[in-house]
Design a protein around this ligand. Sequence first.
Ligand code: NAP
Length: 257
Amino acid sequence: MIKVIIAGFRGAMGQQALQMIKEQDNLEVVAVYSPSANAENAQAAGVEADTQVFNQLEDIKVEADVWLDFTTPAAVFENTKFAIEHGYQPVIGTTGLTDQQEEELMNLASDKKVGGLIVPNFSLSAVLLMKFSEEAAQYFSDVEVIEMHHEDKKDAPSGTALMTAKRIDKVRKAHEQGDSKETMPGVRGADLNGIRIHAVRLPGYVAHEQVLFGGEGEALTIRQDSFNRSSFMKGVKLAIEKVHTVDKLTIGLEQVM
Ligand code: NAP
């Protein structure tokens, strides 16, 4: 039995994860954490009566294997640090960690000999989009990334768009694309070594990404769509089950696929 703590259990992703784990024979939620949690709202959120409920990070003292985090960009660094320091293997779904924070957490995990996963996207289609984009960038070096999310998403660009751009950047020679002068600031999007990243926020959307490659008289578009949050749960389950196989804090679901 793999014992899991869910941080952010009252949120949209936390709720899906809680339900998914309750349906598995090999996984158990032993504790939940959220600053606004109490016994009543935890029960209303579907938490079992024998699961411990915490609203202060420092109060969490429970025997568990995995720390599953679906919180906020402002909370995820401290949460992950806490998990590593207490020997819980982190599976981090929350996006928004900076490069510097990731590096700090990786160093801490290595000191404490704790393996973990930072997963910018748990959907299989997004993992494949990144893989195919990396491959296409070897042939098409002119590329722009457009990500589209629901209007409540707190950070931009999405972790997946950023990771896609970073992976493309590793295989193509950095260069500017187009020489349009912006007559409206920001209209060309963010710039990662010449790769433009655009973020769309609209009601009705969940999580979607397009990678557009342009070449001599041709173009290639790679697109993935997550139409609902349950599409992430196969990946969440896999990450929880397989995180024990990684011996350092590492990035991407593909590490355990
Ligand atoms: P959400 O509905 O806003 O839920 C966030 C939850 O975090 C809230 O319930 C909130 O608790 C809780 N929270 C706030 N501060 C906290 C803290 N200091 N410690 C613990 N919990 C805290 O957001 P969501 O849609 O579930 O998304 C959560 C994160 O997952 C976001 O970063 C999002 O980008 C990411 N995400 C990742 C994937 C992926 O595949 N990796 C997919 C979708 C979303 P209260 O209710 O008590 O305020």
